[in-house]
Design a protein around this ligand. Structure first.
Ligand code: ZN
Length: 77
């Protein structure tokens, strides 16, 4: 059950859906909650779900990793 819910969060995107990042019109490969994506610093519209192309998904992953690192440093200090 839990895995099913997680599956929705990192859901596959049906063919033809475009990336939600402003100025990008590549084909989306991942769908995520918009708040997660915008907290990673990506510019997305005011929708509940955000679709990301491969490039922006990589960027999103990179940014969230960075944030996690910063958090660790904060706890250490
Ligand atoms: Zn994109």
């Amino acid at each position: 059950m839990y895995y099913a819910l997680r599956g929705i969060d990192l859901g596959r995107v049906s063919k033809g859906v475009k990336c939600s990042v402003t100025g990008c019109d590549k084909e989306a490969v991942r769908s995520l909650a918009s708040e997660k994506v915008s907290s990673a610093g990506l510019k997305v519209g005011e929708t509940r779900r955000t679709y990301l192309c491969r490039d922006h998904y990589k960027e999103y992953k990179r940014e969230t990793k960075k944030e996690r690192k910063l958090e660790k440093w904060r706890h250490m200090g």
